[in-house]
Write a protein that binds this ligand. Structure first.
Ligand code: ZN
Length: 233
């Protein structure tokens, strides 16, 4: 089975549609979404509708939770807060209901999905360092755990290996961000897992960044949210 794992779309429709085209070309069996479908970007309704239609599993991220009111606005920086307030005004009641109904964690026999960290998912802890990643293994019991949140892709094995997928070890994998990459590469990122071949790769996809940045400007969202997309920071 080939599974695409997507995260942190952040209401960036050009990035999402480019990634979905790539996913369709690759012929995956299932798409899982790790949350933050909305926030920062100018296309919340289109992105929620596509995710609802295309993804077999969707969980909740901190920006989703900010829009539903579960995570207080004081948690977010000024740019995040401005975008959440704009999203609250722009999202349809049906799409808000969908976001509201999402869970913080999903798992089956082999895979755990969580937006930020398996350690207390609604606390939105960041996993940046190797030590933070290794500590996380105590908080899930499956072979694999997929996360997003930092927008920086990585693979950490329970043997302390970094950025090598070794299926004989349990792995914590950050799939990166579709709508706002922050690893210096502006291309959208997502993960592709092949459970039969036992392979995993992070795939990067070019998209029309200018289109998203222009729409951010047009909607009166903070222009920095568009500018940062060109640099992938
Ligand atoms: Zn995010």
């Amino acid at each position: 089975m080939r599974i695409a794992i997507i995260s942190d779309i952040h209401a960036n429709l050009p990035a999402l549609t480019s990634v979905l085209s790539t996913i369709d070309e690759l012929g995956v069996d299932s798409i899982y979404c790790l949350g933050d479908t909305i926030g920062y970007g100018p296309h919340p309704n289109e992105c929620v509708e596509l995710v609802r239609e295309r993804c077999a599993v969707v969980i909740k991220g901190n920006h989703d939770s900010g829009v539903t009111g579960e995570t207080p606005l004081s948690y977010f920086n000024d740019y995040g807060k401005a975008a959440i307030l704009w999203t609250i005004k722009s999202i349809s009641p049906k799409n808000l209901d969908f976001i509201n109904g999402l869970d913080f964690v999903w798992s089956d026999e082999t895979i755990t999905l969580v937006h930020a960290s398996p350690n207390d998912p609604p606390a939105w802890n960041y996993v940046f360092t190797l030590n933070e990643a290794l500590e996380s293994f105590r908080h899930f019991s499956t072979e694999l755990c997929f996360i997003g949140h930092t927008h920086v892709p990585f693979i950490v094995g329970e043997d302390s290996s970094v950025n090598i997928f070794r299926p004989e070890f349990r792995c914590l994998i950050n799939v990166g961000s579709i709508g706002q990459p922050r690893d210096g590469n502006p291309n959208a990122a997502f993960g592709l897992l092949d459970t039969e071949k036992q392979t995993y790769e992070c795939i990067r996809v070019e998209y029309d960044i200018q289109q998203t940045a222009s729409e951010i400007q047009k909607q009166g969202l903070p222009s920095l949210l568009g500018q940062r997309l060109f640099r992938g920071v």
